[in-house]
Design a protein around this ligand. Structure first.
Ligand SMILES: Cc1cc2nc3c(=O)[nH]c(=O)nc-3n(C[C@H](O)[C@H](O)[C@H](O)COP(=O)(O)OP(=O)(O)OC[C@H]3O[C@@H](n4cnc5c(N)ncnc54)[C@H](O)[C@@H]3O)c2cc1C
Length: 383
């Protein structure tokens, strides 16, 4: 058993760290958080350096690396800044569905444009009446008319919706089949397709530089070539995608937690109370030690889950464990970081307040904490 990253993986981490040190300005992060704007300039620079789609094959503009290397990028970006990092790493969200299940033509058409930063992707699964319960009969329906599919419905809480160039959309295509999830199909729907409309959802608690929106489909017509993967297998394809994307969210959580810990440790060494630095007070030192222990445990589980996928041994229970643990750790560590900074932790200028708000989403999207626990239990009972 080896617990060391390879030299190449260390170089990737270092390259991302240097990029963030040079380009991420705390003032910019605070401004984009306030104004709920996407960091376009930084995003294009990150794409140019090959950080987005690093896990795509080289023939589609990627770096030819695996899920673990992608997680290293995600972790480092979110460690440097939870708001900027999260917005950037989600720019290619759900394009892995095309990578894993798309036709050669779809991969050529979409993946290089995503990796280069020309196009932003979105994955539209959640509906107003179906969030966790995607296995139900979906209200977004696609009906075949001649050689086209006609889509009607609404998807909500969709990351990147206000800026995305295309939406990978999960639709009900067989309304009769039982159970209903055996009748769902994924479609790529271009932003300019007539009948597609997007409304921005603002005023989020955190990750405010990552835009979110509602997407409505009103007699949206797409050709047969818009189907991703197999007809009526969309639910299964989505689950496989979530098994991978959950690890990416776990890496986001590890990065946010580490970033909050870095800031708390720095502050505890500088700030004095009762004649000595905070870190010399055992109550604070123990907090820091517990935070570091939790972050390390979450990191190990996340790396293992990512590594397993790269070995072709995807373990859905482990993906869920990584996301559950890392999400909880992110929230708890950010909470303690705010506590260590005292009154200043509560003020925006010190950033841990923003990390705290940004951390919470990792326990909600890509399957809530409760849904992950359901998955883990299901696999335990199966084994
Ligand atoms: C900022 C943001 C970005 C998002 N981005 C995307 C995106 O890009 N694409 C997309 O499709 N969706 C996205 N989502 C939606 C997100 O995935 C859903 O909000 C999430 O899956 C939960 O669904 P819900 O909100 O409908 O909650 P519900 O499913 O209504 O759940 C409410 C509560 O009940 C619990 N619960 C539900 N069922 C069970 C059960 N069986 N057992 C135990 N507890 C249960 C849940 O854990 C939760 O605590 C995003 C959400 C947010 C906030």
């Amino acid at each position: 058993m080896r617990f060391e990253l390879t030299e190449e993986q260390m170089d990737i981490k270092q390259a991302v760290r240097e990029f963030c040190e040079k380009e991420f300005e705390p003032e910019l992060a605070r401004k984009l958080d306030r104004e709920e704007e996407f960091p376009w300039e930084l995003y294009r620079k990150a794409c140019k350096l090959g950080f987005i789609g690093i896990h795509f094959p080289e023939e589609y503009g990627g770096g030819g690396y695996g899920v673990l290397e992608n997680c290293l990028v995600v972790e480092e970006m979110c460690r440097a800044d939870s708001t900027l990092g999260t917005a950037i790493i989600l720019g290619d969200f759900a394009s892995e569905i095309i990578l894993r299940f798309g036709t050669e033509e779809q991969k050529e058409r979409y993946l290089s444009k995503v990796a280069s930063g020309e196009w932003i992707s979105a994955g539209a699964f959640t509906e107003p009446a179906h969030g966790s319960d995607l296995a139900a009969c979906l209200d977004t329906r696609a009906v075949k008319e001649g050689d086209e599919w006609v889509i009607n419905g609404v998807k909500t809480l969709i990351t990147n919706a206000p800026i995305a160039h295309f939406f990978i959309t999960l639709c009900q295509t067989d309304m009769e089949v039982e159970p209903p999830y055996r009748g769902q199909t994924l479609f790529i729907v271009g932003r300019e397709t007539p009948g597609l409309d997007v409304t921005k959802i603002g005023d989020k608690m955190g990750i405010r530089a990552s835009p979110t929106g509602e997407v409505s489909y009103s007699d949206v017509r797409v050709p047969e070539s818009a189907v991703v993967g197999q007809l009526n297998k969309g639910f299964y394809h989505s689950l496989t995608f979530f098994d991978e994307s959950r690890i990416e969210i776990a890496a986001q959580a590890v990065g946010i937690a580490q970033g909050a810990l870095d800031r708390a440790l720095r502050y505890a060494k500088e700030r004095e109370a009762f004649g000595k630095p905070l870190v010399r007070h055992q109550a604070i030192a123990h907090k820091l030690a517990e935070m570091a222990t939790k972050v390390e445990a979450a990191r190990l589980l996340t790396y293992k889950a990512a590594w397993l996928i790269d070995q072709g041994k995807l373990d859905p229970a482990l993906s869920s464990m990584a996301k559950t643990l890392a999400g909880r750790v992110a929230v708890e560590v950010c909470d303690e970081a705010v506590q260590i900074l005292g009154g200043y932790g509560y003020i925006g200028d010190y950033d841990v307040e923003r990390f705290y708000r940004d951390a919470k989403i990792t326990e909600i999207y890509e399957g809530t904490r409760e849904i992950q626990l359901n998955t883990i239990t299901r696999w335990m009972l199966k084994r």
